[in-house]
Design a protein around this ligand. Structure first.
Ligand code: THU
Length: 139
């Protein structure tokens, strides 16, 4: 499943709209019923309106009725990178980590940062966002 999810993230990256940064990111989110939802970064001439690949995937998924997730794969790198191998590990930004925290259990949700299907790192959300604040804090 990890390999399929990385392939989906690389596929999503091919739809990235990033004319300003030239940094193309794809994400693939796995729901608990094993549906894969893809997302890419979408930039804007008004820079503050840019959206990261991870949040595109989450917002697509939630707006389609999915709220339970197992893992996400992320692949990002400069547009000069190959379609199947990116040159760096693109770690999710702080805002995206917080969006993940809204919907995912920090100890079981896994974040895969991939350069290719053979070259990737796996973290729990808790490792990437320690001592986090989430919906359970407000109950
Ligand atoms: N970007 C993502 O898509 N995900 C991240 O977690 C970090 C950054 C995008 C936003 C912007 O379009 C480009 O990468 C450069 O910051």
């Amino acid at each position: 499943m990890t390999e399929a999810l990385i392939r989906a993230a690389l596929h999503a990256r091919s739809h990235s709209y990033a004319p300003y940064s030239g940094f193309l990111v794809g994400a693939a989110l796995l729901t608990n019923d094993h549906t894969i939802i893809e997302g890419c970064n979408i930039e804007n001439a008004s820079y503050g309106a840019c959206n990261c690949a991870e949040r595109t995937a989450f917002f697509k998924a939630v707006s389609e009725g999915y709220t339970d997730f197992e893992m996400i794969a992320i692949a990002g790198g400069p547009e000069t990178d190959d379609k199947h191998h990116v040159s760096e590990f693109a770690y999710p930004c702080g805002i995206c980590r917080q969006v993940m925290r809204e919907f995912c259990d920090p100890d079981s949700f896994r974040v895969i940062i991939a350069r290719s299907v053979e070259d990737y790192e796996v973290y729990t959300l808790a490792e990437l966002l320690p001592h986090s604040f989430g919906p359970d804090n407000l109950i």
